[in-house]
Design a protein around this ligand. Sequence first.
Ligand code: IPM
Ligand code: MG
Length: 359
Amino acid sequence: MEFKIAVLQGDGIGPEITNAAISVLDAVAIKFGHKFNYRFPLIGGAAIDRDGVPLPQSTIDECKSSQAVLLGAVGGPKWDNLPGHLRPEKGLLGIRNALGLYANIRPALLHSELKGASPLKNEITKNGIDLVVVRELIGGIYFGERGLRNSPNGKQAYDTEAYSVKEVERIARIAFDLAKNRRRKVTSVDKANVLDSSKLWRTTVAKVAESFPDVQLENMFVDNAAMQLVRDPSQFDVILTSNMFGDILSDEAAMITGSIGLLPSSSLGDSKCGLFEPIHGSAPDIAGKDAANPIATILSAAMLLVTSLDLPAEATAVENAVKRVLSKGWRTPDIYSTGSKKATCSKMGELIALEVLNA
Ligand code: IPM
Ligand code: MG
């Protein structure tokens, strides 16, 4: 079959990791007899440099006319001093919003091949880590009213956390649906001991839970959740939370699995066209050095195959290829330890592509 994929390479290591993912997708195309037509619209700093804005309308249009979007990463020191509305990150928030991608799914899995890479002690990871953060992505404080005003103490800046029942319901349903096919537990994370938005979040989630009698609902305050993640991560199955709490907890969840360079994500809305991206950033310090870990992007491409293109066998082929390359001892610098084989970013892409072809 033929598919159109928008590849938003972005900044920093973005082009390197998306190129590695494309080499794997090309292998999938050969192996399974598909044709992937890639478009490369600009986003982030790259778009600012060409068009003066982080998200040109032409990029939104290209994404909307594609069946899926693969994204690298945006941002870098070059654009750090621009005003807020012109920063590369605004491009990322803008495309999530323009495509209505309210559900951000971030699985954190401790690969058995990489147990040693987790910074947690063995006795804590012995029961494994296999959780998914379901993060609300286009509401909350990221999109609430913000600005500058005068206060009795002089100039004051403010940002607003606001959630409607509808916004909470739709993300909660995604979390419960996901839990149904996993270990059937949803931990809803909030700050309901302080915030009104969290109180509404909590009562709304409880209502949604009534339609999922087979799934256990647990509520947890965000500070406790941050602590429980390092105390006993095996207690979590699906973590359901707001935009900002999800941003923070998903970095923590990624780190305890050993490398932020390994974790993919999908961002979904009501249409089939999702956006798939690694959860890490643009790593300007190693950009252009062929040293990045492309696995998170390659696994994001696997999520793209199954979720937006309905190609589950192809997605499994990519996941298995990643496992085989890791079990053969290949490592990018971020997960390298003595005795393993060193791979650059592009080499890792080639190795995984070869495994797909030779499976
Ligand atoms: C993420 C990132 C973004 C976010 C930034 C780059 C705007 O941290 O995808 O987690 O906060 O959503
Ligand atoms: Mg983040």
